[in-house]
Design a protein around this ligand. Structure first.
Ligand SMILES: [Zn+2]
Length: 207
């Protein structure tokens, strides 16, 4: 059985996204970055670097705006505008979408699907991470919460703004070798999809 763990981020936010890419590169880990459209326009180079280094890019709306979440026209705009701006930076439209605050309302689900995106959920790697306590606490917390097959969410941005994420960068650097030492490996959302479709095919060929 393959155990996987997938590290996810809210992006980009400099200098932390660059630092995170350095950390991921040093551990040879690929992640999925859920990107806020307005931040993509603000920090295009680091996003292009993430793509060049093999990370998967998903959408996390245009502005991470709470008030745009309740009505179809504003929500649809939020998502469509994010898609457009991210594609201007990376050259293609993301296939995956993560809802801010993991909101799973029928309106969110329907709008995301109507726009041809696949919603991806996940689990916060540590619920204390947003408050940026010590990296060691975040790591201890994440280790306790991790289960095989989890999609772990961490934040290199904060509600679409540019707060410090230094603790997150340090925590990820410590967490990757610890998770590896207990048998986890790391994949992107696209790799999970490939794996699922391959096992589907082989199951079908047995019948
Ligand atoms: Zn978010």
């Amino acid at each position: 059985m393959i155990q996987y763990q997938n590290l996810e981020k809210e992006s980009p936010n400099e200098p932390y996204t660059t630092q995170l890419l350095d950390v991921l590169k040093s551990h040879q880990v690929k992640a999925t970055f859920f990107v806020v459209g307005k931040n993509a326009l603000r920090f295009p180079a680091v996003l292009q670097r993430a793509v060049a280094e093999g990370h998967t890019i998903g959408s996390h709306t245009q502005s991470h705006s709470f008030r745009n979440y309740f009505f179809e026209p504003t929500l649809e705009n939020e998502i469509a505008e994010g898609q457009y701006n991210i594609s201007q930076v990376i050259g293609y439209e993301p296939k995956y979408f993560r809802a801010p605050w993991l909101w799973r309302t029928p309106l969110v689900l329907n709008t995301v699907r109507e726009l041809g995106l696949k919603p991806i959920w996940g689990k916060f790697g540590s619920i204390i991470e947003v408050a940026q306590p010590s990296a060691q606490r975040v790591v201890r917390h994440a280790l306790r919460r991790s289960r095989p097959g989890d999609i772990l969410i961490f934040h290199d941005g904060y509600n679409g703004t540019t707060a410090s994420r230094a603790v997150t960068v340090e925590a990820i650097n410590l967490l990757i070798p610890k998770l590896r030492s207990i048998g986890y490996s790391f994949v992107t959302i696209s790799e999970i999809e490939q794996e699922l479709s391959t096992s589907h095919r082989s199951l079908r060929s047995l019948t």
